[in-house]
Structure formats: structure tokens, C-alpha cells
Design a protein around this ligand. Structure first.
Ligand code: HEM
Length: 559
């Protein structure tokens, strides 16, 4: 029997593939002893903290496989442990999944043993190194300059700018309301994306833009695009920028590739346009400092960064212009989608829970008896926030049930142990016999902070863990809410630097909406059960951040 060249090549390729797969499988099998006493031992076909897992997240892993995005606490309950082990198929990395508040706290506190997996963030270094994608002394330098930028003056600016943007948004809604009976249908994702963008533009870059301004605005001298279209097209092209390898850019420079070349050109131009605007703000801030800060200039993050950077005495504590620019861009990325998506979930939850909505309304009625806070000066930031405790609790509880970031990965640099919990589960699904135990973890492994698993852990949050109950986040004489079991903003020294920014913005928006409008479930879902309404309105997909799919409600003006 004679084989053709094609048959021979196919046979050899198959043999080669089988050999590789066998090698990988054996390597993963051999790693199992490293997993020690920690139950699970699952084989992971995808690395759970790489771009592929975000892109494929809605479809893979499947429901019964470890890493499934909607599993909540299921796997931990199945194996009776708050720490689970697994190993990646392709490179045999032991990965320990954590839903235990104490173990996670240890990981956050031990930055030398558990550094951030910065490799996963490399694609975000678009304008250069930045706070999110660095570790060690570089990260410290970024963080110490930026810490002073996120100050109370900036929070007050966030509050004022949010009111300005919300005022404009309400005007649009009321205009639509004039013709519609029974309220205005609102596409929350579309509207909050715009609102959050305008807030971060003003409080982050010091560039005030209007909701109504269209993309044909004249670019200022020296620019090809006005600020707002530059930001919007940058965000629109973010995925292209992050996912396209540089060799494709090089190729498309040399050869015209239909569709690809125009898309890459647009992406490049958008990012360059935004870069020029950010450089303008940096140079304006420098002029302002050099001029003795005579004129007033809003305390936007970028201005504050430039100021803090100029104050840095030693050069090893300062940031270069590229780093300043890259950090500011990171604030735009990190602060815009997270806030917009979380607000979508919060408003839908208020529509689904009229009793809770009523409590928020009563709180805002007390604060603003004469209606929402316009003019702006009538509602000062600090005093108003201090009176919106329940609204803040609603926002926290939303982030507990729908954390924008589902998981975080840390490397393990030295052999160590973590304290987790073992338990049994009764036939009624109740957790019993909880005891702590030590999980040995070898250097070279990875730990995965499973934020959803932690937030759905009944050991920390009680048996009603799945219910939307904002009062969980309100301390009383006999109850203190479990801070370490809440990781929506991560934890420890690398926790979200924009936490106060986003709470200020979100609470301001939720309070204003609830004071002015009744939030209702869309009419077509009116006859359905609460469970069916939840299934539709709270549907989400994994992405860079958890993305709501059907966040629609109706706003009806309160009389
Ligand atoms: C609801 C809103 C927000 C949520 C849920 C959120 C969540 C998070 C989480 C989980 C992390 C840790 C990420 C990691 O370690 O990889 C983080 C880090 C970060 N966030 Fe936020 N964030 C929000 C809003 C903001 C805002 C408004 C800003 C800026 C204006 C911001 C800027 C940052 C930055 C710069 C980091 C990196 C901090 C560091 O590595 O030291 N975030 N955020």
C-alpha cells in the first residue's frame, strides 16, 4: 500500500497532535500531587484569567465545569470547601480558587508572596506602563502619586459634575415623557454609558461636555478631533486595539487589507487624537502651577496627578509624561464601564423591589424635600452623602450580587499555606460543621480570588445569601457587616483607587433618579413572575466587566 504525500502529512500531523495532547495530559496529571489536600482537582481547558476566557466566557466552560461564570458557590458547596484546586491543561499550572474571606485577606496583604499576574494586563499598556499593569516599586510610584489625586476635592467635583450631567439627562427623559403615557422607557446601558463617560471626562480630564453635543463638534486648533468624539471613538475601538497583534498593524501599513486597514487606521487615529488632548491637559495644568495657581482650575484627576507629580521631591517618586498619560487613560477605562454597568443592575433591582425603592425614596425625600437638587449648590457633596446611607447600601448590595469584576489572579512566589474552611451541606442545602484547615500552596501556582464565589458564600453572608437585602451593609449595635467578604473593589493595598469616586457618582445618580421618578419594570414583563422578570432584566455576560444584556426599565415622574 502506498500513501500519497497528503495522506502521509495528515498522518504525521495527527500523530504529532496526539503526542502533544498526551504530553499535556500527563503533565497536568503529574501536577495533581501538588494540589495536596485541597479538593477539586479539576482540569481546566482554558486559563481562567486570560483574554480567551473573557471572550469565550458566555459559552465556555460549560455549566458542570469548574470556571463556569455563573456557578456562584455551587462548586464550593459540592466539594465542601472554600478553597478548590484545579490545573490548567495547556501548561499544567496549579490554580487554587478562593471564596474564603480570611484566605483572600491573606492574599491581598501578602504582596510579595502573591504579586499581581501583570502579564494578563499587558494589552492595557496602550500608552505605556500604568498603575493597573505594574507591580513592585513601579506600581508603588504610580500609586503614591495617584493617591493624592483621588482626594475629597475631586470627590466634590465628581458630585457636582454628576448632578450637572443627570440634570441634562432628566431634561431629555422629561421631553420624551411629555408624549408618552405612563412613563418613559429607558435603555439603561445606553444612557448610563453616556452619563458615566461625561462624568469621567469632566472629573477625570477636566473636559466638560454636554449630553447633547454631537460628534461633529469642531476640533480645537492643533487637533483633528474634538475631545468627546476622540474619547468615544477610542472606547469604540478599544477591543480592536487590545486584541490586534502588532504584526497585523505592520502588515496593514505595507499592504492594503480590505476592512482591516481602514479599521486599524481609525483605531490608531482615535488613540492619537485622545493622546493629544490628554497632553494638552497636562500642559495646561503645568502652566497653572507655574502661574502660581492664580486662576481657578477644576480638581480633575489629571490636573491633580500633574500637581502631585510636581510636588514629588525625589525623581524616583515621579512619573514620566507617558506614565501620567497612561494612568489617566486607565482611569477612563477602569472607571467608565464598571460604573455604568453597576448602575444598570442597581436600577433594575430597584424596579424589581418596590419596597426597597420606597426606602430609598424616603431617604431622598428627607434630604431634598423640595425636589431634586437643582441648582447644584443646594446639595453639597459631603453633607448629602452623609444622609444617603441606605442608598449607599443599595449600591454595595448590587455590587455584591453583580460584581463588575468576577475574578482576580495572583501569582505565588514562595511555598506557603492559606487557611480555608471545610464544611458539610444538609439535604436542605444548609451549611454545617464548618472548620478551618490549612491548604499548602507551592511556588509557581496561582491563586484565583473568586469574587462571585466569595460574595455568594453563605458562611459569610448567611443562608439568605441570594436575596437582595441592602441592610446587610448597614452596621447596627449588634451587627457589623463583613468587610473582608466584600471584594467588588478588590482589597488590601491594591484595592480600587476609584472606589470613592464611583460610590459618589453612583449614589448621586441613584438618589436623584429615585427622588424624581418611580422606577418600574417594563410593561411587557408586568404580568410575569418576579423570577421570570429577573431572568430577563438581570441577564449578564462575562466581559472585561460583567455586562448587563437587558437592563430596561420605565421612569414615571413622581407627582
Ligand atoms: C463600580 C465601579 C468600580 C468597580 C466595581 C471597580 C473595581 C475594581 C477592582 C475589582 C479593581 C482591582 C483590579 C485588579 O486588581 O486587577 C480595581 C482597580 C482599579 N480601579 Fe476600579 N472599580 C470601579 C471604579 C473605578 C473608577 C471610577 C476608577 C477611576 C476613576 C477606577 C480606577 C481603578 C484603578 C486605577 C485600579 C488599579 C489600582 C491598583 O492596581 O493599584 N475604578 N477596580
Amino acid at each position: 500500500m502506498r500513501l500519497s504525500v497528503v495522506e502521509l502529512a495528515a498522518g504525521l500531523s495527527t500523530a504529532w497532535l496526539v503526542k502533544i495532547l498526551l504530553q499535556k495530559y500527563l503533565a497536568a496529571k503529574l501536577t495533581r500531587p501538588v494540589l495536596g489536600v485541597c479538593p477539586g482537582g479539576s482540569l481546566l481547558w482554558l486559563h481562567p484569567f486570560r483574554t480567551a476566557s473573557l471572550v469565550l466566557g458566555p459559552f465556555f466552560p460549560l455549566k458542570n465545569q469548574m470556571g463556569y461564570y455563573y456557578a456562584q458557590f455551587e462548586f464550593y458547596a459540592k466539594y465542601g470547601s472554600t478553597c478548590l484546586s484545579s490545573v490548567t491543561f495547556w501548561n499544567a499550572i496549579p490554580i487554587f480558587w478562593l471564596s474564603d474571606a480570611d484566605a483572600i485577606k491573606t492574599v491581598h496583604a501578602g504582596r510579595a508572596t502573591f504579586p499581581k499576574d501583570v502579564e494578563a494586563y499587558e494589552t492595557l499598556n496602550i500608552y505605556g506602563p500604568n498603575m493597573v499593569g505594574t507591580e513592585g516599586s513601579d506600581w508603588k510610584r504610580h500609586r503614591s502619586v495617584a493617591n493624592s489625586a483621588f482626594n475629597e476635592t475631586n470627590n466634590a467635583l465628581v458630585w457636582r459634575e454628576t448632578i450637572r450631567v443627570v440634570d441634562e439627562w432628566f431634561a431629555e427623559i422629561d421631553e420624551a415623557n411629555a408624549t408618552s403615557q405612563g412613563g418613559t422607557p429607558v435603555d439603561l446601558l445606553k444612557d448610563f454609558t453616556q452619563v458615566a463617560l461625561l462624568v469621567i471626562s469632566a472629573a477625570g480630564f477636566g473636559r466638560r461636555a454636554s449630553l447633547k453635543e454631537d460628534s461633529n463638534t469642531e476640533p480645537p486648533p492643533g487637533h483633528k478631533r474634538a475631545f468627546r468624539p476622540a474619547v468615544i471613538s477610542t472606547l469604540d475601538n478599544l477591543f480592536t486595539k487590545v486584541l490586534t497583534p502588532t504584526w497585523i498593524y505592520d502588515l496593514s501599513d505595507r499592504v492594503y487589507l480590505p476592512f482591516i486597514t481602514p479599521t486599524l487606521n481609525e483605531t490608531r487615529e482615535a488613540f492619537e487624537a485622545l493622546r493629544l488632548h490628554m497632553l494638552d491637559v497636562i500642559s495646561q495644568a503645568r502652566d497653572w502651577i507655574a502661574g502660581g495657581k492664580a486662576a481657578s482650575m477644576d480638581a480633575a484627576l489629571l490636573r491633580n496627578l500633574v500637581e502631585a507629580n510636581a510636588d514629588g521631591s525625589a525623581s524616583n517618586k515621579r512619573l514620566s509624561d507617558d506614565e501620567l498619560l497612561s494612568d489617566t487613560f486607565t482611569f477612563l477605562l477602569a472607571g467608565h464601564e464598571t460604573s455604568a454597568h453597576s448602575l444598570c443592575f442597581a436600577v433594575v433591582l430597584l424596579a424589581l423591589h418596590p419596597d426597597i425603592q420606597q426606602r430609598v425614596y424616603e431617604e431622598t425625600l428627607e434630604l431634598w424635600p423640595d425636589g431634586v437638587s437643582s441648582p447644584i449648590s443646594s446639595s453639597p457633596y459631603k453633607e448629602s452623602m452623609a444622609k444617603l446611607d441606605y442608598t449607599q447600601a443599595v449600591f454595595h448590595e448590587t455590587l455584591r450580587l453583580f460584581p463588575a469584576v468576577a475574578r482576580l489572579a495572583k501569582l505565588v512566589t514562595t511555598d506557603t499555606t492559606l487557611k480555608a474552611r471545610r464544611f458539610s451541606t444538609t439535604s436542605m442545602g444548609k451549611i454545617r460543621n464548618v472548620e478551618q484547615y490549612e491548604v499548602p500552596i507551592k511556588a509557581g501556582s496561582m491563586v484565583l480570588i473568586d469574587i462571585i464565589g466569595l460574595h455568594m458564600n453563605p458562611i459569610h453572608w448567611g443562608e439568605d445569601v441570594a436575596e437582595f437585602k441592602p441592610e446587610r451593609f448597614i452596621d447596627t449595635d449588634t451587627y457589623r457587616w463583613p468587610r473582608d467578604a466584600f471584594n467588588a473593589f478588590s482589597g488590601g493595598p491594591r484595592s480600587c483607587i476609584g472606589q470613592r469616586f464611583s460610590i459618589t457618582e453612583s449614589v448621586c445618580i441613584l438618589a436623584h433618579i429615585t427622588r424624581k421618578y418611580e422606577i418600574l419594570v417594563p410593561e411587557e414583563l408586568g404580568g410575569k413572575s418576579r423570577a421570570e422578570q429577573e431572568k430577563v432584566l438581570l441577564k449578564w455576560l462575562p466581559g472585561i466587566t460583567a455586562t448587563p444584556r437587558n437592563a430596561r426599565v420605565v421612569f414615571r415622574r413622581r407627582v
